[in-house]
Design a protein around this ligand. Structure first.
Ligand code: SF4
Ligand code: SF4
Length: 346
């Protein structure tokens, strides 16, 4: 029970997320981007104001536990303009690590920049691993599955050959069993395959990507993972490329779920800076109902004090936002420790 009782402080913040752009070239059926009015408080296809970005970065040395900055949130990272000319060099100057999440279909401008400034992690959200899944979920209309895998392979090959400090995590979604979803009252997406089906298809995908990248990949566990709970399905011999399975979370229906808990305890430690200056406490909340401050006219010290106080409230008295009552992202104390015991035994 030690962790639950320990007070969260500014030194416990490990990641700060900044949504550099809100545009994406895909419209996956399970993503809020597929909804006509998903982002009511956002400015479409804009990018993060320079002055606000620098204001955040200049405060980061005060976060002694910070491991990296995450620059992706419901967007395609490589569609952000000025990545290699402004946003990433500003991080490099301050010696702050970053990670990239991409759908893998965009080959970046100025790709040679990444060889001089390696991301800590490149996450390729593949999710659809067969041609049928790809078309079922409408990932992108004008790009065939073969061409998509070709582009993913080209991107992976570049980062593997030029970014020795980068972990490349190719991630595929799977549905928890329909029975489990029914028991816990969670909605699911029938177009997402079960773990069993993903496992049975992973072999042919590995063969395809090995062939297109020229990097031999193997099925099975790896010594390396992006986080302790990640399920590893395959890896390269040196573990610099991993295929991780992640349980599908239905975000599209997030706000329509029946209430799951009147006072959810939440261990989320997310702080996301949005392009209009709003700061929210949850990365799954695409309607921005967990906004707790705005950067314009507020000092960074004040923002992080509010955030720390909010995390402590969410961990002890419960998440104060209305949308949290619909959420399965929170964990009760009992769930938290059951999970810790489970991963210890594993
Ligand atoms: S899931 Fe990712 S790739 Fe698909 S529409 Fe959403 S942000 Fe874009
Ligand atoms: S309870 Fe859910 S919606 Fe609320 S902050 Fe936690 S993870 Fe986000």
């Amino acid at each position: 029970m030690e962790r639950a009782k320990k007070l969260f402080t500014i030194n416990d913040i490990r990641c700060v997320a900044i949504a550099l752009t809100d545009t994406c070239n895909m419209r996956c059926s399970y993503c809020p981007h597929s909804l006509p009015d998903a982002f009511p408080k956002r400015i479409r296809e804009a990018h993060f104001p320079h002055d606000l970005y620098l204001k955040i970065l200049d405060y980061l040395p005060n976060l002694s536990g910070l491991e990296y900055v995450d620059l992706t949130e419901f967007n395609e990272f490589f569609l952000t303009p000025e990545l290699a000319t402004f946003y990433l060099p500003a991080l490099k100057e301050r010696n702050v690590d970053y990670m990239i999440a991409t759908n893998g279909s965009i080959y970046p401008d100025n790709i040679s920049y990444y060889a001089t400034h390696n991301p800590k992690c490149l996450i390729v959200g593949l999710q659809t691993i067969t041609e049928k899944q790809y078309h079922d979920t409408l990932r992108i209309k004008c790009l065939s599955f073969d061409n998509y895998i070709e582009r993913v392979s080209k991107l992976v090959r570049y980062f593997y050959n030029h970014c020795k400090d980068t972990l490349i995590s190719i991630e595929v979604s799977y549905n928890a069993s329909i029975i489990l979803n029914k028991v816990i009252g969670r909605s699911y997406n029938k177009e997402i395959a079960s773990l069993k089906e993903q496992r049975s298809n992973i072999r042919s995908l590995i063969r395809l990507i090995s062939q297109k990248t020229g990097i031999e990949l193997y099925e099975g566990e790896s010594a390396c993972r992006r986080n302790i709970n990640q399920l590893i399905l395959a890896h390269s011999s040196d573990d610099r490329i991993i295929f991780g399975g992640k349980r599908f979370v239905d975000l599209v229906n997030f706000y329509n779920r029946k209430l799951t808990n009147d006072s959810p305890v939440c261990f989320s430690e997310t702080t996301v800076f949005m392009m209009n200056g709003d700061i929210k406490a949850c990365c799954t909340d695409y309607k921005n109902m967990t906004v707790f401050a705005n950067i314009i006219g507020t000092s960074m010290k004040d923002i992080f004090q509010r955030f720390v106080s909010l995390v402590n409230t969410m961990r002890t008295r419960g998440a104060p936002f209305e949308c949290c009552k619909h959420c399965l992202g929170y964990e009760t104390y009992r769930e938290k420790y059951a999970k810790a015991v489970h991963s210890f035994i594993k």
